[in-house]
Design a binder for this molecule. Structure first.
Ligand code: C2E
Ligand code: MG
Ligand code: MG
Length: 756
């Protein structure tokens, strides 16, 4: 803004056909600090508005052609003339002319002859008040716009005369026509949702009685029947005598916020998949129910459901079908749940329900069985017919706990026990379970921490090739180096790791570490052909074992033939179809597959034929007992013979002494593993052993010959060194031979190379 503009009081347009008036007005006003334009007729004035925006127009009434009235009317139609103050200059000071001028849009009038000294003051005053008015209008428009954005309206209530004034925004918010609104407090109450009216009335009464400000959330009812949430706030004013006389406040539409709050609360307390209450809401409701049961001395039961083999459904059909099944199962459970009892999903395939006011534990058992029966019918999930059962644990109040937390835990422990009995079983809680449950929980936490703290180590036990007396490979066996309890053997923690799923992470680590160790041995010049890794059934079912194996091998730069996967016979039988698929893929890759603990499971010959397996590891019980038990010796012989006929490699586990070895060589068993050769040991210890020690294998073999001098079997070492009669030993080694033949057998040394 330049200095000229800063002094400018305003812009004036003078419209008068009287040249003298124009001249004098211009002179006076310019001197006072106005910018002045003057024209002598109406049409010129209207044209000028295109280029000049006056702050005031002084308009003569009597002009030839277009008179002042008409000019005023036309100026008001012009976009730039609509709001400008128009002051009529008239000698006609009759009331009618003035009235007409106002009617046509004039702001004010000045009588002629003009008082030139007063004119600048008059003009300045009109310009200033017009500006103030304009600013007020603008600020009002801004406020109304802001209120519209904030969905906020204001109101004023004259308490004494019960006159309520609403802003435009409030009429819009309540969808009420201002013309039909009778402007009383009752009219506001009528627009409030009926259930909230009493609360609103009492809040307003309290504000008036106490003088405190009012702030309440409530609902309003629109004429369309829809309800919205609003927040009403107000301050009270008092008259000079201190009596409450006036209330001014706002009403804000908070529907979106309230709906979001309701949604958030719902999400926080419900399971997204099934819509059922979650653990938090269940605990809450159970706690309330417990208070009531306590007061009325009633019994209450908590039922804990866990679907049987649900993981298998997820693994076989995918998570989407698994989710749909969970939804359907929750519906079935809901069907049997009484009103007043609460059914919840705690997570995964775990559901709970509490039964209030039950007469006895038999009642709870009945309900649990009713639930189980209701689950029996097939579930139609898309094009699949699926079946699902559940194991149920029951805890009773007050017998098995007095708080929600303890009751849920007790029911969980009972459910865990139910699982041990197989599918679809119901189990009532007993006190001994609580110790077991807490012990299990702390073990579980321990195991998790052990994984995080790298407390697991691998020990290795070598395998011996009985044909040529070389080390053929090693088996990796995991141990837990517990900070307090020392070295813990796998059977003490693998079952829990399997149960909790931690075996996946652990198993993956074992695979990577074992293959990496073989790589390190190779780098150290120790050419072990293979490392064997034990794999849990869960890893077959729930892990992408192929990818994990591939990446472990590539990290350790090993060929697949350098890895053997050991899976127990029973694990494989549990999930034949899936096991066979994965094993086939592993075998196609070139990985060796061996069945661990063979002989303890139920594999039949026909199974073995169809299975993608390279090696059988005979369970150590048969080896350990072979020299003492005729039956075990027979089994051992049969297994080895079967392996030979199926062209499978055979490894004997648990070789603890020379006699075991001798026996195995006699049966043409190719490989052996056991304390006789080496116990499982750390990688470092085994490295020294592999580098320094020779095998305890005797260099010489002896043949046991029958009467016709046919070799019946070969034994490793002189049978006389076993302390017993060599011929009796030969008899045990040859359980299938007729007794007549046995007594006449003889023993002779043979060169190792002749044994194939
Ligand atoms: P397994 O795979 O049958 O391993 C052989 C077990 O027999 C080992 O026990 C080993 O120490 C023991 N053993 C070896 N030679 C002899 C012997 O001459 N006499 C006797 N009495 N025992 C012998 P360990 O290390 O306690 O492992 C037990 C089982 O734990 C393993 O049986 C295997 O099923 C499992 N396991 C070990 N490591 C892992 C692993 O990383 N993952 C999985 N899933 N299971 C593992
Ligand atoms: Mg094994
Ligand atoms: Mg084994």
């Amino acid at each position: 803004m330049n200095s000229m503009e800063s002094k400018l009081l305003g812009k004036v347009l003078i419209v008068d056909d009287d040249f003298t008036v124009c001249l004098l007005a211009r002179e006076t006003l310019e001197q006072a600090g106005f910018e002045v334009h003057a024209v002598d007729n109406g049409p010129d004035a209207i044209d000028l508005l295109e280029t000049f925006t006056p702050d005031i127009i002084l308009l003569d009434v009597l002009m030839p052609g277009m008179d002042g009235y008409l000019a005023c009317q036309e100026i008001r139609k012009h976009p730039f003339g609509a709001a400008v103050p128009i002051v009529m200059m008239t000698g006609l000071d009759d009331f009618e002319s003035i009235e007409r001028a106002y009617h046509l849009g004039a702001t004010d009038f000045i009588s002629k002859p003009i008082h030139w000294l007063v004119l600048p003051h008059r003009v300045q005053y009109i310009v200033r008040s017009s500006r103030t008015y304009k600013e007020l209008k603008q600020s009002e428009a801004r406020l109304s716009h802001a209120q519209m954005i904030a969905r906020l309206g204001n109101w004023e209530w004259d308490i004494v005369n019960d006159k309520l004034l609403w802003s435009k925004e409030l009429f819009r918010m309540f969808a009420i026509d201002p013309l039909t609104f009778n402007g009383t407090f009752q009219a506001f109450l009528n627009a409030t949702s009926p259930p909230d009216r009493e609360m609103v009335q009492s809040a307003v009464d309290t504000a008036i009685a106490t003088g405190r400000s009012l702030s309440i959330d409530h609902q309003i009812l629109l004429p369309s029947g829809t309800e919205r949430f609003v927040c009403t706030e107000a301050e009270l004013q008092h008259d000079s005598a201190g009596r409450p006389c006036y209330m001014a406040g706002t009403i804000q539409d908070i529907t979106e916020r309230k709906l979001a709050e309701i949604k958030i609360r719902h999400l926080a307390y419900h399971d997204i998949l099934t819509g059922l209450p979650n653990r938090a809401l269940f605990s809450d409701r159970l706690t309330q129910a417990l208070y009531r049961s306590e007061r009325s001395a009633e019994k209450l039961a908590v039922l804990f459901f866990d679907l049987d083999d649900f993981k298998a459904i997820n693994d076989t059909h995918g998570h989407r079908i698994g989710d749909l099944l969970l939804i359907e199962a929750s519906r079935r459970l809901d069907e049997v749940t009484r009103a007043g009892d609460t059914l919840a999903r705690l997570g995964g395939d775990e559901f709970t329900v509490f039964l209030h006011d039950i007469k006895s534990e038999e009642n709870a058992l009945l309900v649990a069985n009713h639930h189980l029966n209701n689950l029996l019918a097939a579930f139609q999930i898309e094009d699949k017919q699926l079946f699902v059962s559940a194991s149920v644990g029951i805890a009773l109040f007050p017998d098995h706990g007095s708080s929600a937390e303890v009751l849920i835990k007790s029911a969980d422990a009972a459910m865990y026990q139910a699982k041990q009995h197989g599918k679809s079983h119901v189990q009532l809680f007993t006190q001994t379970m609580s110790c077991k449950a807490s012990e299990r929980l702390s073990q579980q936490e321990d195991l998790r921490r052990a994984l995080d703290n790298d407390e697991f180590v691998l020990h290795y036990q070598p395998r011996v090739n009985l044909l040529n007396g070389t080390w053929s490979g090693v088996e990796a066996l995991v141990r837990w180096q517990h900070p307090d309890r020392g070295l813990i053997l796998p059977l003490a923690f693998i079952p829990l790791a399997e149960e909790t799923g931690l075996i996946m992470e652990l198993g993956q680590w074992v695979l990577r570490e074992a293959t990496m160790q073989l790589h390190r041995w190779h780098l150290a010049g120790i050419n072990l052909a293979r490392v064997s890794v034990n794999v849990s059934p869960l890893q077959f079912r729930r892990q992408n074992l192929i990818e994990i194996v591939k990446s472990a091998l590539s990290e350790a730069t090993l060929c697949p033939q350098a890895l053997e996967i050991e899976i127990t016979e029973s694990a494989m039988m549990n999930d034949m179809d899936q096991s066979i698929i994965t094993l086939k893929q592993l075998r196609q890759l070139g990985v060796n597959i061996s069945i661990d603990d063979f002989g303890t499971g139920y594999s039949s010959l026909s199974h073995l034929r169809s299975m993608p397996v390279d090696t059988l590891k005979v369970d150590r019980s048969f080896v350990t007992n072979a020299h003492a038990s005729e039956e075990d010796a027979q089994i051992l012989t049969a297994i080895i013979a079967m392996a030979h006929s199926l062209k499978l490699e055979i490894v004997a586990e648990g070789v603890e002494c020379e006699i075991h070895e001798t026996l195995l060589i006699a049966q043409r068993c190719r490989e052996a593993q056991g304390f006789y050769y080496a116990e499982p040991m750390s990688a470092e210890a085994l490295t020294s052993l592999l580098l320094e020690q020779t095998l305890p294998l005797a260099p010489m073999k002896y043949a046991i010959l029958d009467l016709s001098q046919d070799i019946c079997c070969l034994i490793n070492g002189d049978p006389t060194t076993f302390g017993g009669d060599p011929l009796q030993l030969a008899c045990r080694l040859l359980p299938g031979r007729p007794p007549a033949c046995r007594g006449k057998a003889s023993c002779e040394p043979v060169a190792p190379t002749s044994f194939s």
